[in-house]
Design a protein around this ligand. Structure first.
Ligand code: ADP
Ligand code: ASP
Ligand code: MG
Length: 406
């Protein structure tokens, strides 16, 4: 088999962890497999580099930022290759460029356009283990780019697809994908299998165990992904195409996201074109709006609330205030102490009353719902962020996801 193994930050956090990774890779080689390894930077390293940049500049250029951030993964790829050689196997470290990962020019969140993998294939044919620096690529003009936070997951899935690997294993610090973040709810259950669609929803709704774009890519190119721990040999979770028994349960997982803020424009005239104008302005400044709710009051005015990433909230507030003046709106309000809680499951297509049960459960625990949005396989509610952990816990219980004791 040809296996891609991706090791996240905690799995290569120090010299001992890197040696342990080398041992695991060597085991797979001894079992007769060809192995392409993808590594993240040591845990905390990328944040440290970002912090350094902000110490020398109030507004570091994104091109230079990418060059800086890509260095974390170069270090771990070289060290991991050396550790594998120390165990007696041929290993070759490759940067994003040497792996042929060609991206567009959108620095700090570049998209992979193609992978020219001839060199990597030749090395694998010559019995090298290749160890690729994750999270990075290169533009046609040879500028270094990075793929967005958590981007080594995307590197791994894309390399697995380019090499036509049999499986892409994502090694992390938990045993697989759980019904919710096991660090928040210790009673969460590990899933043996989850569909691409559900995983995509969970990831984009806040579960950081896989980067959203990596799941999108895996789904599009049908790459089988297994999430498992680098700290033990437990089996992990298979992320793959939906099958019949996945529909048996209504809800497969609960996710939360504390990185959104809510803006409300009050007393907007209720006439055609107002929402178009407001959201066009925000979209033009590259801010992604997530949920939108509009209420019409009896005096013919409306309130419009929407959520944006917290990192863009000040910019969005300013834009909205300018727009509010133009539209003769009464007031604008920003709230950053909110969280989005979501339940996800392909079983929602065939089970009724799922949303109602979610609302009832939150109400029973005194949690007020500020906004609601739904799709075929998810329901999300915006609530006060101080209730995040409580809400995750009670929903997890209400949908029968909690592990039985004993
Ligand atoms: P890595 O550094 O290996 O890429 P991450 O920190 O990016 O690891 O992702 C693993 C973390 O994702 C876990 O430690 C866990 O806290 C978090 N997580 C959130 N939701 C889930 C979930 N549903 N299942 C598993 N882990 C989750
Ligand atoms: N080191 C990068 C980050 O911290 C990429 C990754 O770990 O996947 O975001
Ligand atoms: Mg990660």
């Amino acid at each position: 088999m040809l296996i891609v193994q991706k090791y996240g930050g905690t799995s290569v956090a120090n010299v001992d962890r890197i040696k342990a990774v080398a041992e695991r890779v060597t085991k797979a080689v001894k079992a007769g497999h060809r192995v392409a390894v993808v590594v993240s930077a040591m845990a905390g390293e990328t944040d440290k580099l970002i912090d350094l940049a902000h110490q020398v500049s109030s507004n570091p250029s994104e091109r230079e930022m990418d060059l800086l951030l890509s260095s974390g993964e170069r270090i771990t790829s070289a060290l991991t290759a050396m550790a594998i050689e120390e165990l007696g196997h041929k290993a070759m470290a490759l940067t994003g460029r040497q792996m042929g990962i060609i991206t567009d020019t959108v620095h700090t969140k570049a998209r992979i356009e193609k992978i020219t993998s001839e060199r990597a294939k030749k090395a694998l044919d010559e019995d090298y283990v290749i160890v690729v620096a994750g999270f990075q690529g290169i533009t046609e003009d040879s500028d270094v780019t990075t793929l967005g936070r958590g981007g080594s997951d995307l590197s791994a899935v894309a390399i697995a697809s380019a090499l036509d690997a049999d499986v892409c294993e994502i090694y992390t610090d938990v045993d697989g994908v759980y019904t919710t973040d096991p660090n928040i709810v210790p009673e969460a259950k590990k899933l043996d299998k989850i569909s691409y669609e559900e995983m995509l929803e969970l990831a984009s709704l806040g579960a950081k165990v896989l980067q959203t774009r990596s799941v999108e890519f895996a789904m599009k190119y049908n790459v089988p992904v297994v999430v498992r721990s680098s700290f033990n040999y437990n089996p992990g979770t298979l992320v793959a195409k939906e099958d019949k028994d996945m529909e048996d349960v209504a809800v497969s997982g609960v996710a939360y996201d504390k990185h959104q803020a809510k803006i409300t424009v009050m007393g907007v005239p209720d006439r055609p074109g107002i929402a178009a104008k407001l959201f066009k302005g925000i979209a033009d400044s590259n801010i992604v709006v997530d949920m939108i709710v509009q209420n019409i009051s009896s005096d013919g005015k409306s309130d419009i609330s929407f959520t944006v990433p917290k990192t863009d909230s000040k910019k969005a507030l300013k834009m909205t205030e300018d727009m509010a003046k133009e539209l003769n709106a009464k007031a604008v309000d920003l709230r950053e102490d909110i969280a989005k809680i979501s339940i996800v499951g392909v079983g929602m297509r065939t089970h009724s009353g799922v949303a109602a049960r979610m609302f009832e459960t939150l109400a029973k625990h005194g949690v007020n719902i500020m906004m609601i949005s739904t799709s075929e396989i998810k329901v999300s509610c915006v609530i006060d962020s101080k209730y995040t952990e409580l809400a995750v816990r009670v929903l997890h219980d209400a949908f029968g996801l909690t592990k039985e004791k004993g």
